[in-house]
Design a protein around this ligand. Structure first.
Ligand code: AMP
Ligand code: TRP
Length: 322
């Protein structure tokens, strides 16, 4: 059983891409850690009250997924070792390699008000991972480059200062690692997309989900077929449905091939509604008992600290701070 670490930002509301690309693949194995990465949320503009509420609702979702039993759920800023190791790694990371990060290029480069934090954020992510000596990092496709940077930093550190860090692997699902926007299938579905119809939120009502799927952009023609290059809209819906109901893409495509887009979308909407409803209801129930969330986070913090503290000490020893 591989030990895993992964994180999700409490920025905005969790969308279906987060669930399909990442959360669904997080396993509640002992020794694995799942983190609400609140410090990462400061890398782009934020509202304090909104952030505070989102930290709790994101933690409730992780708890609803059963990740607080077996594995540990905690909040990044509760374990100060993350920020401390990040400084050391900031001094090992190079301007050139960070400049090549595609996420920084798409979110920040060229914008006058872009923060230094957005630029160095992959090194905070590397600190998150390396503190826990994990083998695997389950993430969506868009985070692969950041996990590869983490590997480079770990290897650089180990070769200069001795074998301190475990070099982790990204774990990326074969289907659903890149869920696309419902309004523009050339772009990934994203929490930060201002168009509410581009994304399904895990807090959306059944009716909202149905409406968003029914108005999703599809392609010319009327045949339902899996062809990401020629039919990106239909293919995205097929991937979403297949990952959520467990039926192979080909079987779904064959069933709806000649039924037209309307019938196909109604079928997809039903699958998404059935998948999201139990999560939405569980999160709502958990949020009505804030003390239970606090207990989970406290247990998670204590467990995380038991690993992070000695690891940071080993780093300090190795680099000469101790
Ligand atoms: P974030 O919302 O940036 O905190 O992402 C949390 C996790 O969700 C990361 O592992 C991302 O790779 C994954 N993720 C975010 N958006 C998508 C998407 N549209 N498709 C698949 N995975 C995604
Ligand atoms: N950067 C990731 C994202 O935006 C979130 C994240 C922070 C993360 N630290 C992590 C993911 C550590 C995996 C492991 O999606």
């Amino acid at each position: 059983m591989a030990k895993a670490f992964s994180g999700i930002q409490p920025t905005g509301q969790i969308q279906l891409g987060n669930y399909i690309g990442a959360l669904r693949n997080w396993r509640p194995d002992p020794g694995s850690y799942y983190c609400v990465v609140d410090l990462h949320s400061l890398s782009q503009t934020w509202e304090p009250a909104e952030l505070r509420a989102n930290i709790r609702s994101t933690a409730a979702l992780l708890q609803a997924l059963g990740l607080g039993e077996g594995s540990h759920v905690f909040v990044q800023s509760h374990v100060h070792e993350h920020a401390e190791l990040a400084w050391v790694l900031n001094c090992l990371g190079r301007m050139g390699e960070l400049s090549r990060m595609t996420q920084f290029k798409s979110k920040g480069r060229g914008k006058a008000d872009v923060s230094v934090g957005l630029f160095t954020y992959p090194l905070l992510m590397a600190s998150d991972i390396l503190l826990y000596s994990v083998q695997e990092v389950p993430v969506g496709e868009d985070q692969k480059q950041h996990v590869e940077l983490t590997r480079d930093i770990a290897e650089r550190f180990n070769s200069r200062f001795g074998p301190v860090f475990t070099v982790p692997q990204p774990r990326i699902a074969e289907v659903g690692a890149r869920v696309m926007s419902l309004r523009n299938p050339a772009e990934k579905m994203s929490k930060s997309d201002p168009d509410p119809n581009s994304k399904i939120l895990l807090s959306d009502s059944d009716e909202a989900i149905q409406k968003k799927i029914m108005t999703a952009v599809t392609d010319s023609g009327r045949e339902v077929a899996y062809d990401p290059a020629e039919k990106p809209g239909v293919s995205n819906l097929l991937e979403i449905a297949s990952t959520l109901c467990g039926e192979p893409i080909e079987a779904l495509a064959a069933r709806y091939r000649d039924q037209g887009y309307g019938a196909f979308k109604r079928g997809v909407a039903e699958i998404v509604v059935e998948a999201v409803r139990p999560l939405r209801e569980q999160v709502k129930e958990l949020l009505s008992d804030p003390a239970a969330i606090e207990r989970t986070l406290e247990e998670g913090r204590a467990a995380a600290e038991r690993e992070a503290r000695p690891m940071l000490d080993r780093v300090k020893q190795a680099v000469g701070l101790l």
